[in-house]
Design a protein around this ligand. Sequence first.
Ligand SMILES: [Zn+2]
Length: 150
Amino acid sequence: MRCPECGYEDSKVIDSRPTENKIRRRRECLKCKCRFTTYEIIENIPLVVIKKDHSIEPFDRQKLIDRLLRATIKRPIQLETVENMVDEIVNELKNSLQREVTSDKIGEMVLHKLKNIDHVAYIRFASVYRDFNDIDSFMKIITELSEEEK
Ligand SMILES: [Zn+2]
């Protein structure tokens, strides 16, 4: 990012904040110390997901929607609700300026939202995503939910 005053090529970022689809950065020229503002469009920067086996894949909105639809099957949840949930998660991730996110983190974000929407779907999603393989895991999450309802 070239300095508008002296043309020097190196600057340091002193402040970054996301705005709608953009990151506003305050920069300081390393040579003349003048400060200037740049805007970077973040809309099309791909999000990368780090999976449990440490492999990396591009974030796939449709894939997450499909997983959620499996968890919400036969529940009173509209497709629109699921899509909104996924879009909210995508926006939160973009606004946090993270480019890489673990599948765990995404799973937790989904659970956080599902918890307020439908407990059956919440338990289903948790059981797949947290790899429940015994009754105790189910008991634990159900106990947690009923404790919170009190
Ligand atoms: Zn300068």
